[in-house]
Write a protein that binds this ligand. Structure first.
Ligand code: ADP
Length: 292
């Protein structure tokens, strides 16, 4: 009788049972979950370190800015014109650096889970009107007209008033900064599906599809924008984080060369919520149009 060959004797590999597959997948998921937690913890610690370091840089910077102001003040002795020019350059650079540090601190604090917002019912029309007012000078500098189409329903949003205005100011400034002279920036607001959507539309340089995600990351700027104006690439990442912290979303639609619409949403405040003092006054004032 012929012997079976060695190959024929090799046992068939045993197939994993469904219960074993489920067990294996469960332990893999658990491994990935603990890895994700470790990475998140590491990222929070890095953000906290960055926030503390940036915060520490503010004290000497405030001293530089303060002493530059004192030097510029003639009651401490006069400076010749060239010295005045140098001192005002120190003051300008100091203020610029302080702005950058403040943005970095805020982004890092949000990422570390250390920035709190205080949402309350706010009349969206009023918030936009106030920001439009303070943005008029800036729009004029860029020769851009600013228009606001208020929602006749004047919805109440649940938002941190100061943070909402910070986001609005950033988006309106960007719209003016990256627009062509003589063009229009339009701000619109309206309630839909339980949230209020605010959009800022410009007729400016626009953003290519491949750049639309990365501009929400810190220090990312487009080539087209860099040719038009100075910037650090911190305003959008901070604005998006602030909106998300308040329960909303932010995005952009754009046609390169024709313009962009930056939009964000915020939850509608419930009818039973008491409007903030500022918002109560708003209800009595009529919406206005802003055009330079
Ligand atoms: P900064 O304006 O200081 O560069 P931001 O974070 O506010 O920083 O914006 C990041 C980048 O997104 C800008 O550098 C620019 O490339 C692009 N961007 C923002 N707003 C607009 C806009 N309205 N039109 C075209 N590009 C824009």
């Amino acid at each position: 009788m012929s012997q079976p060959t060695a190959g024929k004797l090799t046992p068939e590999p045993r197939h994993e049972t469904s219960a074993e597959t489920i067990q294996r997948l469960r332990s893999r998921v658990a491994e990935l979950e603990s890895l994700t937690q470790a990475l998140e913890q590491e990222s929070r610690e890095k953000s906290l370190y960055l926030a503390s370091m940036s915060h520490e840089m503010k004290a000497p910077l405030n001293a530089i800015n303060g002493f530059a102001e004192l030097l510029a003040d003639t009651s401490y002795g006069t400076l010749d014109p060239e010295q005045q020019r140098f001192v005002s350059r120190i003051a300008e650079a100091g203020q610029h650096l302080l702005g950058l540090i403040n943005d970095v601190v805020e982004i890092a604090r949000i990422d570390a889970g250390r920035l709190e917002v205080a949402p309350q019912p706010v009349r969206i029309n009023r918030a936009i009107e106030q920001v439009a007012l303070i943005s008029r000078g800036l729009a004029r500098d860029y020769d851009v007209s600013l228009r606001f189409d208020p929602d006749p329903a004047d919805p109440l949003v649940l938002a941190d008033d100061r943070r909402l205005k910070q986001v609005l100011f950033n988006l309106i400034s960007n719209a003016a900064k990256y627009s062509h002279a003589g063009s229009v920036v339009r701000v619109q607001a309206g309630a839909e599906n339980g949230h209020v959507r605010v959009s800022i539309t410009d007729q400016g340089v626009g953003i290519r599809p491949e750049d639309r995600d990365r501009i929400f990351e810190p220090f990312e700027r487009t080539d087209a924008a860099m040719r038009m104006a100075d910037g650090a690439g911190l305003g959008l990442p901070l604005s998006r984080r602030l909106v998300e912290l308040q329960g909303g979303e932010m995005g952009v639609d754009s046609k390169p060369g024709e313009g962009s619409t930056f939009w964000f949403t915020l939850p509608v405040a419930r009818e039973t919520d008491t409007p903030a003092q500022d918002a109560l006054q708003v209800a009595q004032s009529s919406p206005a149009q802003y055009a330079d």
